[in-house]
Design a protein around this ligand. Structure first.
Ligand SMILES: [Zn+2]
Length: 286
């Protein structure tokens, strides 16, 4: 595959992820139920290793084209600062994520896209920041959404349930000793690049992301503005944004978010208050 094609395909939106028992989270304000137990057919450690490998490869490809933002690039520093405000509120959705080494990188591309791989490996594309002219609050909402996919292990669940590709159960059986681990990991990495979430996954990611972002001090109403911008970006003869092809939007997405704004309003208010009193607690960002 050419580098261009590779990068073009590097567009699942985010999150795959990791192990973890179903979260029972008494403090949660949004209601998304428990994670599917099907996901356990895919070992979290293997998926995480596969994601790490795919992340390195994607960044390496971008770097070889001069399209990987350096550490001192202002937009990248902005993204990392936003991630640091969200990370302290992620573990309550997946206790195992305390072991993750979160990373955030920025890829120069006109795609409207962002994603987070299992284990907390995040990428944003310059296209989504520039073309949608995202505010910090809106970036916080997208990042929260992507983190939520990873925390709720949607990629792991999708893979476990995958029948069309024959991946799910065959991977599980190979991992029990019949296959080559390296091949399986590479195969999973490829799957991560083309994975599409379901509508249910999207609703969960919207609501969990909304809560994480509110706790991080990002204005909840920005979630609605963000999706209006995203849905509005489908016109102009350019086809739909990459982000929407991997994060399918139902008709009631905006209404669902609006209905949940009151549940997280106090979290946002508390975050803003404590921010004015004390220095911001930053998360572990590697
Ligand atoms: Zn999504």
């Amino acid at each position: 595959m050419s580098r261009r094609a590779f990068i073009h395909q590097a567009r699942w939106g985010a999150g795959f992820s990791l192990s973890a028992l179903a979260v029972s989270n008494a403090q949660a304000q949004v209601d998304v139920g428990q994670s599917s137990s099907m996901r356990k057919l895919i070992p979290a450690e293997t998926l995480e290793a596969s994601a790490r490998q795919q992340y390195r490869q994607t960044l390496g490809e971008a770097n070889s084209k001069g399209a990987l933002a350096p550490d001192d690039y202002p937009q990248l520093q902005r993204l990392r600062a936003i991630a640091a405000r969200l990370i302290p509120y992620t573990a309550q959705w997946n206790p195992d994520s305390r072991k993750w080494k979160w990373e955030v990188n920025l890829i120069g591309s006109n795609q409207l896209n962002a994603w987070c791989m299992p284990g907390g490996k995040i990428a944003f594309y310059t296209g989504i920041l520039d073309q949608l002219k995202l505010t910090d609050d809106e970036v916080g909402m997208i990042m929260g959404h992507e983190m939520a996919h990873a925390l709720r292990e949607h990629a792991r669940e999708r893979m476990a349930k995958s029948k069309a590709t024959g991946l799910g159960l065959s991977v599980a059986s190979q991992l029990l000793g019949l296959g080559q681990l390296g091949d399986v990991a590479a195969n999973m990495g490829t799957q991560l690049l083309t994975l599409k979430y379901g509508r249910d996954d999207e609703t969960e990611a919207d609501l969990v992301g909304l809560e994480i972002a509110a706790r991080g001090g990002f204005k909840p109403e920005a979630s609605v503005q963000l999706w209006k911008k995203m849905l509005g970006a489908t016109g102009g003869g350019k086809g739909q944004p990459s982000f929407l092809s991997t994060h399918p939007s139902g008709n009631n997405r905006i209404q669902e978010l609006e209905a949940n704004l009151p549940k997280v309003a106090h979290l946002y208010a508390e975050a803003i208050q404590s921010k004015s009193r004390t220095p911001q607690n930053s998360g572990t960002l590697n």
